[in-house]
Design a protein around this ligand. Structure first.
Ligand SMILES: [Zn+2]
Length: 87
């Protein structure tokens, strides 16, 4: 799988990010938690890093998400019923 680079600030510790992402995919699979479709390629944080930096590396706080879904959500809270039905 190719990791896609996103515009904007790069993670300072990319290796840790890759290992964390892999651990989240291992724990939660590849179904996007935002739209419910397979093929998630990024990790979204249930509790955003901005809200609680200590949750950044918590695998239980990570959920697989498509990059577009993830960036579309931004730092907004995740309603449990949210689905990309409007797309
Ligand atoms: Zn998605």
């Amino acid at each position: 799988m190719g990791r896609t680079s996103t515009p904007g600030p790069r993670p300072v510790n990319g290796a840790n990010v890759a290992a964390y992402d892999a651990a989240v995919f291992e724990a939660h699979g590849r179904t996007c938690h935002l739209c419910g479709r397979p093929g998630a390629d990024t990790v979204d944080h249930l509790v955003t890093i901005k809200a609680d930096p200590s949750m950044r590396w918590d695998v239980a706080n990570g959920r697989p998400a498509h990059r577009d879904c993830n960036s579309g959500r931004g730092a907004a809270p995740v309603p449990s019923t949210w689905r990309a039905e409007a797309w």
